[in-house]
Structures are given as C-alpha cells and as structure tokens.
Design a protein around this ligand. Structure first.
Ligand code: PLP
Length: 322
C-alpha cells in the first residue's frame, strides 16, 4: 500500500474548533502521593470524565461533523468493542445522523446498553470467529452508510489529538507523556499535538503485554498482525495498527511499552483508592507503564493520559478485590 496523505497538527486544531462547546475540556488532576512515588511532577489528563466516558467522543464527533448532507441522511456505521461505538452513537444523535453499530457479543453490558441508549441500532458478532470489518463494509454497501473506523481515519485521529492539545495548553511542555495504545488513533493524534507543542517531550505508547503488536511493529518497522489478545484491557484488544496511525507513530513516537493485566489492576486500585476515580483497565495503561519506569522519571514533568472510565461496576469490584 502507498503511504497515505497524513493529517497534521493543523487538522487537530480544526478538530478542536469543531469540538469547542461540545466536548468537555476534561480536568488535569494531580496526586501528591503519585508525585512522591515517582519523584516527579505528574499531570493526569482525565478523559474518563469526557462525554460518554472516553476520549473516543472527540474523534467520532470530528469525523461526523465533516459529513456531507447526503452522508448525514444515509447514516453512519461503525464497528467497535465499545467506546468508539458510544462515541459514534452520541455524536450521531447530537448531529441528527442515523447510526448502526457492529459490536462483539461479549462487549461489556454497560457499553452495549449505553450505545443503545444513544439511539443507535446494534448488530452483534463473535469477536473470535467473525470479521467485524467485513460486516461493517457489507452494511455500508447495502445501505449507503458511511463507515467510520475506530482509529485508522484522518478525522478520527485528528479529533483524538485534541486531548493532548488541551493538556499542553494547560500545563505547558512536559518531559515525558504516556498514552494508551490500541489501534493507535489516540497515540497518533497525541503525537501530532506533542510534536507541535512540546517537541522535546518523550512520547510513549503503552499497550497490553498480551497484545504487543504495536511494540513489534514499531521495532520491526512494518505493521505486525496478531490474534485477538486475551487481556482485561478490552479497549486495546486490537490485532494491528492502521496505515495512518502507524505512519505517524513510526515517525513521531519515542517507544512503545507494555503493561500486564496485574499491573493494570494495581493502577486501577491506585486511581480508585488515592484519587477517587473509576478508570477502566485500558485507561490504566499509562500509569501502569510510568510506575515501572520509576527512577527514569525522577525530577521530570510527566503527563499521563487516562483514556476512559467505562466498566461495569460488578466487573470493577471483581478486578480490584481479587
Ligand atoms: C479505544 C480506546 C483505547 C485505544 O485507542 P486507539 O485509538 O485504538 O489506540 C484506549 N483506551 C480506551 C478507554 C479506549 O476506548
């Protein structure tokens, strides 16, 4: 495949304009305990407090805002393990666009219910045997829907980049920034903002250890495909990076790190007990990696992106009490 035309920081700025007054400008929280643990000054961008509970609203709303009148009338289709679905469903409702969402049958109940609650039509599939992209494409062909993928789309990743843009605007330059990684929409958008606003900042993507395709891809220089990984980080169970996301990640990111499920649970417990925040396992990737780096961060200004907070309460209790 030829290298696609890559979005730039100007696209992130345009997205920020579209999102103004629509997306929440989420808080940047701090913890003295965490500062002491790392010997660093840590700034936590809390996208768990974004509309629908995750940063995915940013990319979804940005993409749907750019639909032509014909696209708006026909509707949107998306495939997602949860948060992208909710982001598309909520954005579609706000913009008056009909939405169809292809979701795995074992997606967290709270995510399915929320997606339906936003008025979307939900079509389910088996994530271990069926190809969600094929189902999405078939529905798009049959009904004239526009398919908006969860990460590998210029408007989606530009929208995701607005979270880091807000972080830098609020706290200034950082020495290091940690960002969760699934298919790379959040990380590539974050990279555009980071290289424009804090060029010296080390930028780390963090993915589940059981699904380290991003790390393998980054280190080998071409996109590695893996089977759906088994991890509690359901927002990062992706099998491969995208063409757009990988091109930007390869160019702009310093390294890809990993975290185990046990480390994610430790981070969930920290957020809950010390900061009174419910963060979903995938949202804990950044903190889990920063805690492993410890001494390397001493004396630094460190950014931690929390990507989302959507988790069934029963599941949350099960994980933190095990
Ligand atoms: C989607 C998602 C991710 C991964 O984002 P990508 O853009 O696919 O890399 C991380 N955390 C949460 C909470 C998500 O919903």
């Amino acid at each position: 495949m030829t290298t696609p035309d890559l979005p730039t920081y100007a696209d992130v700025e345009a997205a920020a304009k579209r999102l103004e007054g629509v997306a929440h400008r989420t808080p940047v929280n701090t913890s003295r305990t965490l500062n002491d643990m790392l010997g660093a000054e840590v700034f936590i961008k809390c996208e768990n407090f974004q509309r629908m509970g995750a940063f995915k609203f940013r990319g979804a709303y940005n993409a749907l805002s750019k639909f032509s009148p014909e696209q708006r009338r026909a509707g949107v289709v998306a495939f997602s393990s949860g948060n992208h679905a909710q982001g598309i469903a909520l954005s579609a409702r706000l913009l008056g666009i009909p939405a169809t969402i292809v979701m795995p049958h074992d997606a967290p109940a709270a995510k399915v219910a929320a997606t339906k609650g936003y008025g979307a039509n939900v079509v389910s599939y088996d994530r271990y045997t069926e190809d969600r992209e094929a189902i999405g494409r078939r529905l798009a062909g049959e009904h004239g829907f526009t398919l908006i993928p969860p990460y590998d789309h210029p408007d989606v990743l530009a929208g995701q980049g607005t979270a880091a843009r807000e972080l830098f605007a609020e706290v200034g330059a950082l020495d290091a920034l940690f960002c969760p990684l699934g298919g790379g929409g959040l990380l590539s958008g974050t990279a555009l903002s980071t290289r424009a606003l804090a060029p010296q900042c080390k930028l780390y993507g963090v993915e589940p250890e059981a699904g380290n395709d991003g790390q393998q891809s980054f280190r080998s220089g071409s996109i590695v495909h893996i089977d759906t990984p088994k991890t509690i980080a359901d927002g990062a169970q992706t099998q491969h990076l995208g063409q757009y996301t990988f091109a930007i990640i390869k160019r702009d990111v310093d390294d890809i790190l990993t975290a185990t499920d046990a480390q994610l649970v430790e981070a969930m417990k920290f957020y809950a007990s010390r900061m009174k925040m419910i963060v979903e396992p995938t949202g804990c990737l950044s903190l889990a990696a920063a805690l492993q780096m410890k001494d390397a961060l001493r004396g630094k200004r460190v950014g931690i992106l929390i990507s989302g907070g959507n988790i069934d309460l029963e599941r949350f209790c099960e994980l933190v009490s095990a």
